[in-house]
Ligand binder design. Sequence first.
Ligand code: IPE
Ligand code: IPE
Ligand code: MG
Length: 251
Amino acid sequence: MKATRLEALEGGAAAQPASVVVPRHVAIIMDGNGRWAQRRHLPRVAGHRAGAEAVRRAMQAAADAGVEVLTVYAFSSENWRRSEEEVSDLKGLMRYYVEKELDTLQKERVRLQLIGEPGAFGNELYDRLVHSVERTKDNDRLTLVVALNYGSQGEITAAARELARRAASGEIAPEDVTERSIEALLQTADLPPLDLLIRTSGEVRLSNFLLWQAAYAELVFTDVLWPDFDESAFNAALAEYARRQRRFGGR
Ligand code: IPE
Ligand code: IPE
Ligand code: MG
């Protein structure tokens, strides 16, 4: 078993094997960009720009720690409620970073995947995103899943609608609608189960993120604003996770 940075932090050999102590799949609700900017008397877009830098740090920290999958909530299906200006700024940043970070993804052997409905951001951005997904598909150090125009209720509803369609056409019977058949139609179907969900900025809610997937995830809430999130904040969350006792309903 490879020694992880977390084991080093925890003071040498961990009591449990790394595969138990280090979560395979970590998700982050990256919140607090606006407040970070406000505190500096800067426009909100400055917070989003700083937030994009924090994504690179989190990606690096996750890969170094031996995490397999990092899923980040970048834009929710409810974020369209923001001003046209802010939505357009966010789209601009996505366009910039998808281009700029492709080299980093390759160098760090990070595979990019998407969940949500990113097509809503227009063909140009969508094509660039798909290009990066395609180019990085063989990378094997970390999978970075970016949730773009993602909403968990919408995701579950789409799965239910597909199963209803199959039942109506006689492809399956109503009894074939099971937890497994629903799960297989979620956009996260090919990913390992979610182990740890982190939310920054002190808000304690899920905001329509991975509701099904978080059924037995450990939740960590931190007051750190997303642009200030760094490797030590990430490792603190991993250490908190390592201290938790997961029971899955058993005793
Ligand atoms: C998170 O930061 C980024 C997105 C939701 C796109 P916010 O923009 O929500 O920052 P606050 O919550 O207003 O501080
Ligand atoms: C959740 O943050 C969405 C993302 C981080 C992309 P919000 O800032 O949109 O969530 P609420 O509105 O505070 O619940
Ligand atoms: Mg917010």
